[in-house]
Design a binder for this molecule. Sequence first.
Ligand SMILES: *[C@@H]1O[C@H](CO)[C@@H](O)[C@H](O)[C@H]1NC(C)=O
Ligand SMILES: *[C@@H]1O[C@H](CO)[C@@H](O)[C@H](O)[C@H]1NC(C)=O
Ligand SMILES: *[C@@H]1O[C@H](CO)[C@@H](O)[C@H](O)[C@H]1NC(C)=O
Ligand SMILES: *[C@@H]1O[C@H](CO)[C@@H](O)[C@H](O)[C@H]1NC(C)=O
Length: 272
Amino acid sequence: MSCSMLPLLATLSLLLPDWSTTQAVLSEDYKYGHQCSDQLDQPHNCSWKCIVFTQQWPGGFCQSLYNETHCRIAQSINNWTIHGLWPLRDQYCCSCWPMFHSDVEELETDLTEYWPSLLKTRTQFQFWREEWYKHGACAACVEGFNSPQKYFQICLKLRQQFDVSRILEAAGITPSCKQPYKVQEVRSVLEPHLGVKHEIQCVRDRKDREVLFQVKVQLTRNLTVGCDHHGDADRVSAFRSGSCSSSGHPCPPEIPFYYFPIMHQEPWRPCD
Ligand SMILES: *[C@@H]1O[C@H](CO)[C@@H](O)[C@H](O)[C@H]1NC(C)=O
Ligand SMILES: *[C@@H]1O[C@H](CO)[C@@H](O)[C@H](O)[C@H]1NC(C)=O
Ligand SMILES: *[C@@H]1O[C@H](CO)[C@@H](O)[C@H](O)[C@H]1NC(C)=O
Ligand SMILES: *[C@@H]1O[C@H](CO)[C@@H](O)[C@H](O)[C@H]1NC(C)=O
């Protein structure tokens, strides 16, 4: 499907009554950054070379919200979860490829476990669909990604491949309220698995602690780790610091950070 079919958008917005509401919720909920909503609905020409796989740690997620009470972590969620798979692009994505519940029915059990919405204000399906519109539809100009099923399936596979808990646990890095970890130490543990260009992201909590919250892995189009394509460097840094980034910032190298445990009952202040 072509993403230059702009006239379709008017029709689409009629079909998707909760679209603008969802966008509003998103920009309200996150402390940092915007969620690329201003970059939707523009044509693009499939120029992306690199794609970023982002996982989030539920124990740090609530600290990334303006209103921490909006977060919700189901009892069954005890591990790193998927945030999304995002092509690094200098062109824009579009919402011209609708996604329906039936598209992910077969994957729903796995998606619920590995890609849950951690926001009370957003259902699982809304989260998945947003990620599809913002990023998946943009990735979909490449053959292996060219349907919601394929896109979500790839994400689930990547989650198995990049098992951050297992990697960290094996090095004795486990969630704790007391023990801060050095950025360089954690990076060197992750690097053999996630490549030199991986990024660990923190948020700052109320007590001014740096708290681990996301890990990003850069992949090529064919999903090999690391992406050095000529000319991508600028795009990557624009992506990191620009409006199209997720909330959070790279953990400052000189400040040890916390890897908070997940508290299901009252997830917003696990270590107060
Ligand atoms: C497609 O993307 C390339 C690379 O960014 C750019 O140079 C070219 O002008 C674009 N073409 C169109 C038709 O947008
Ligand atoms: C946070 O959200 C709750 C529930 O929606 C609301 O009652 C509360 O006033 C909000 N707090 C702030 C600081 O906005
Ligand atoms: C997360 O999953 C990995 C393996 O998939 C496992 O080694 C680890 O113990 C899990 N962590 C928790 C807290 O369940
Ligand atoms: C994947 O892509 C990279 C660079 O884009 C290339 O060097 C590598 O050979 C490719 N691997 C496979 C299995 O196609």
